[in-house]
Design a binder for this molecule. Structure first.
Ligand code: NDP
Length: 380
């Protein structure tokens, strides 16, 4: 009958991903964004555990780590962690990476299949979420995700806006809650170095929504946008010659959050912190680069030495600590980040949206630097 036919047509549509190949942006070597290839013969990934979902991706954001990974950044750690996940210890060995790799850490899309243990989302739900470091990326038609790392997409966000949030949101959350160990942020005084990029435009809003006091550095042209986000007087132009003097008039800070890349001039910032309790938290530590350059064991030793060296410097300078922060795939972090965005306390800041076929242009834009918010690619 008609009803049966309609039902089977629907079922067939829902199952179509099972037997189809998909399109996917891939790299086949660590030759940088120039090596990106759009293939139409990638295998649709399969759910491996009862807690996973298969998502038809509608949008995926770009992060500096995607450009860095296309050049081999983190490859040693990636190979080691994947080996550990398979239950094998990384004895001294040559890391092997299974190409092709699909990049992309966060996404928004529609659930097309779910494991038997998934109860927070259903097939057909519009969701947004994030992928772990070792997982296959989101710059493809389909991606498999852990169900605890997705949330239902709120109706106030487009797919593009929703995809721009999870990776930067969880990076900011992890830097403050895990690394910084701040249980409450109310009245805590922050200096955010580099407020104009993807993490910065999120972090400023996150801190203000939690009633922290925020001052941020950015270049001249970014001041109006950041004042739009955070209010008059929030942004200080870092190109001015007397930057440290003008920051001093707002010191001492409880925390300096460095989002502006590796800094060689960290010593001039340390005296701006509260002696005894201040924390300098950087999102650009040498951790993965050390693993890449010195191998798994050598990198671990080098990292331990560098943490100690950083802290001898900061403790002797002003009795403050220096900490290295990282993105963390945390479900409670995502719940907190998601709630703020869904209530409109944090609004996505997207500099530019790219068509799926133009992804290499998005990578070029990211490499050129000076971002003002996020870059997002539509998927198909
Ligand atoms: P973006 O590229 O989006 O933003 C960086 C921003 O910093 C740009 O707006 C840039 O604009 C600004 N900037 C550069 N130099 C300075 C400076 N000296 N002072 C103030 N601002 C500056 O990167 P994201 O926001 O996505 O990430 C921020 C940093 O955190 C990156 O270095 C990234 O690699 C790192 N990161 C680390 C993670 C981790 O797990 N450890 C996770 C996510 C990000 P302009 O040059 O015009 O001033």
């Amino acid at each position: 009958s008609n009803g049966t036919r309609r039902f089977s047509a629907q079922a067939e549509q829902q199952q179509s991903h099972r037997r189809r190949n998909m399109t996917s942006w891939e790299i086949h070597s660590f030759s940088g964004p120039e090596g990106l290839v759009l293939t139409d013969s990638a295998r649709v990934p399969t759910i491996r555990s009862s807690q996973e979902i298969l998502v038809k991706v509608k949008a995926a954001s770009l992060n500096p780590i995607d450009v860095a990974m296309s050049k081999g950044y983190g490859a040693e750690m990636l190979a080691s962690v994947r080996k550990l996940e398979k239950g094998k210890l990384p004895k001294p060995y040559k890391p092997t990476i299974d190409f092709p790799i699909t990049l992309g850490r966060d996404f928004a899309g529609t659930v097309v299949e779910k494991g038997s243990g998934v109860d927070n989302v259903n097939v057909g739900d519009e969701v947004y979420g994030v992928l772990g470091f070792t997982e296959h990326g989101s710059l493809a038609e389909y991606t498999v995700a852990r169900s605890d790392l997705v949330r239902k997409k709120p109706s106030n966000l487009t797919f593009v806006e929703a995809a721009s949030i999870p990776y930067v949101g969880l990076t900011c959350w992890s830097a403050l809650k895990i690394t910084g160990n701040y249980l409450r942020l109310e009245n805590t005084r922050f200096l955010v170095l580099g407020g104009s990029g993807g993490v910065g435009t999120f972090a400023i809003q996150y801190l203000l929504a939690n009633r922290a006091k925020v001052l941020t550095t950015c270049s001249t042209d970014a001041i109006p946008e950041l004042e739009n986000l955070g209010g008059f007087g929030i942004a200080v132009d870092y190109t001015q010659p007397d930057l440290i003097t003008s920051l001093k008039s707002n010191a001492p800070f409880d925390c300096i959050l460095n989002l502006s890349g590796p800094r060689s001039d960290i010593s001039q910032y340390l005296p701006l912190l509260k002696p005894g309790s201040g924390q300098y938290i950087t999102l650009s530590p040498p951790l993965l680069a050390n693993f890449d350059n010195y191998g798994f064991i050598g990198g671990a030793v080098k990292n331990a030495l560098e943490v100690v060296k950083d802290n001898i410097n900061s403790i002797s300078n002003n009795r403050v600590v220096t900490k290295w922060a990282f993105f963390a795939p945390s479900s409670c972090g995502l719940a907190e980040v998601g709630a703020l965005v869904e209530k409109g306390h944090v609004r996505p800041v997207v500099e530019k949206t790219f068509n799926y076929g133009d992804l290499p242009l998005a990578f070029q834009r990211m490499e050129a630097g000076h971002l003002r918010g996020k870059l997002v690619s539509k998927i198909i």
